[in-house]
Ligand binder design. Structure first.
Ligand SMILES: [Zn+2]
Length: 509
């Protein structure tokens, strides 16, 4: 008359273990789900009834109560369907409770009795711990990533019940998918010319600096940004697991090996909603772009076209590397540590070839101000990108390859980690004098910039971090020991801070 079956749900990118208790008691027919079910969970009654009917299983004729434990959390999603069905059949005396000992069930039921894939199988299985888990066969590989016990599969309710009743063995797991050929063909050697922008990309990769490309449409900003992940090292084990859970929860296809090991690249359109960008677009709080980009690159093209309130959502991830979402009493915190790359036109008309822009200084300033000062302030690098010249386009010489630039990036990153334990972009202001010392000539240059009002206090710190990365890359390039920051490093860092807002002087942010 009573049963208890293990299952799980996903909220944000984290799984939560749930127990379904079922009591089938005498009394008038009725069906109640308690334990804070949301709409999707309440609708399970109709899915279950249809599945029972199609599978020739009897629907309980008396009073049936399902209790979802723990009672404090709101239950969301259709992954609980399968555990509810099994729990009802046990409580109603049609399946032996011993058959489900040490098993957990994840899957949505169709009216035809089929067991369907749900989002977030990997985090759900992770939350269940050391048990054997039953999932739809399409979820086998995803479950295996996180499983501590055996992963069993079933395609439909009759097949599952036949196993639980000892009439047949567990079906064989589906064969692993064919290994995909590496289809990431985005290599830096396809970028012709663009020396300044390429250099900016290399500095961004080596120091972990957020990067803004400023240039007219057609200058190749998107092409450049898409090549940043190739310059970054593979994800650490922790990051890889976090990214995999996020991709699973969002229903994104996982790579052939199962785990997300390479830095992701996400490029949401400027019409993206706040929920799409930061997450929370469903009752189970789907991960947004900031989390899908975790460990990799978030690229925002046409930055000035994004809705300001949407961009405002970037504040927490940029500060903390996580995003917290709170919707209708459901709360999730998801990892969202990404490197931000953005692109914008220099002015409303897009700039275009020199001399063609007719925008006034006022129009340019208004355009730049569509992006908030605090967000612009996040970009250590503001790199000008010009349309490639005729010479660059016609000259067939390929640019330097991703592999060769990535090798320098790797060495430069190792230098900063060895020296200070972090990448230069996050080196604290108080540690700059210790780890990013400047020589006298560099000091003079910095002094002049500050005196002329072209460099604010915060800008000064950012500039020194970038100059530190440039000095590290310089020593990697010349194979010389790392020294202190010299005037040339500072001058290059200044060149990577193209002014925004006016044609002549620019702002000092
Ligand atoms: Zn213009």
């Amino acid at each position: 008359m009573y049963s208890s079956v293990s299952t799980a749900m996903v909220v944000g990118s984290a799984g939560h273990a749930i127990t379904v208790e079922v009591q089938v008691a005498s009394g008038l027919p009725g069906f109640h789900i308690v334990g804070r079910p949301n709409g999707v969970v309440r609708e399970a009654r109709d899915r279950l009834r249809g599945a029972f009917y199609s599978s020739d299983e009897p629907w309980p004729k008396t009073n049936t109560t399902l209790n979802l434990v723990p009672a404090t959390e709101i239950k969301t999603g259709s992954a609980l369907d399968l555990a509810m069905a099994v729990g009802i059949l046990i409580a109603d005396g049609h399946v032996d409770p011993a058959a489900v000992r040490g098993l957990a069930f994840i899957g949505e039921l169709g009216l035809d009795g089929s067991i369907r894939h749900v989002l977030g199988v990997a985090p759900m299985v992770a939350a269940l711990g050391p048990v054997d888990v039953v999932v739809p066969s399409g979820s086998h590989r995803e479950a295996q990533i996180a499983a501590q016990g055996e992963v069993r599969t079933a395609d439909d309710l009759p097949q599952l019940l036949a196993v639980l009743r000892g009439l047949r063995p567990w079906p064989d797991p589906p064969p692993p998918p064919p290994t995909q050929l590496h289809d990431d063909l985005r290599d830096l050697q396809d970028v012709h010319g663009q020396h300044v922008a390429r250099h900016g990309l290399e500095i961004a990769a080596a120091g972990g600096h957020h990067l803004l490309f400023v240039g007219p449409p057609g200058a190749g900003k998107t092409m450049l940004a898409a090549r940043l992940p190739g310059l970054l090292p593979p994800l650490t084990d922790d990051r890889s697991l976090e990214a995999t859970m996020i991709h699973s929860a969002a229903g994104m296809p996982l790579p052939a090996g199962g785990l997300v090991t390479q830095p992701p690249y996400r490029a949401p359109h400027h019409t993206a909603s706040r929920a799409a960008l930061i997450g929370g677009g469903s009752p189970s709080l789907w991960p947004g772009e900031v989390s899908l980009a975790h460990g990799g690159v978030l690229f925002l093209d046409e930055l000035a076209e994004f809705t300001p309130s949407v961009l405002d959502g970037l504040r927490q991830p940029l500060e903390l590397g996580t995003i917290s979402i709170d919707r209708a009493a459901v709360r999730a915190t998801m990892p969202s540590a990404f490197q931000l790359v953005a692109a914008m036109n220099p002015c409303p008309c897009g700039g275009g070839p020199p001399g063609t822009c007719m925008c006034s200084d006022g129009e340019r300033l208004r355009y730049a101000r569509r992006v908030s000062g605090p967000l612009l302030d996040r970009f250590d690098l503001r790199v000008p990108v010009a349309r490639p010249g005729a010479h660059d386009l016609l000259d067939g010489t390929p640019g330097e390859s991703t592999a060769s630039v990535a090798a320098r990036v790797r060495r430069a990153r190792a230098l900063s980690i060895e020296r200070q334990g972090t990448l230069n972009a996050v080196l604290g202001a108080r540690r700059l004098d210790e780890h990013a010392q400047v020589d006298e000539a560099a000091k003079t240059l910095l002094y002049d910039e500050i005196s002329a009002g072209r460099l604010s206090g915060r800008g000064y710190h950012r500039l020194r971090r970038v100059a530190r990365t440039i000095a590290d890359l310089r020593s990697v390039h010349s194979d010389e020991p790392v020294g202190i920051v010299v005037a040339d490093d500072v001058a290059l860092a200044l060149a990577m801070r193209t002014p925004l807002g006016t044609s002549s002087s620019g702002w000092a942010v």
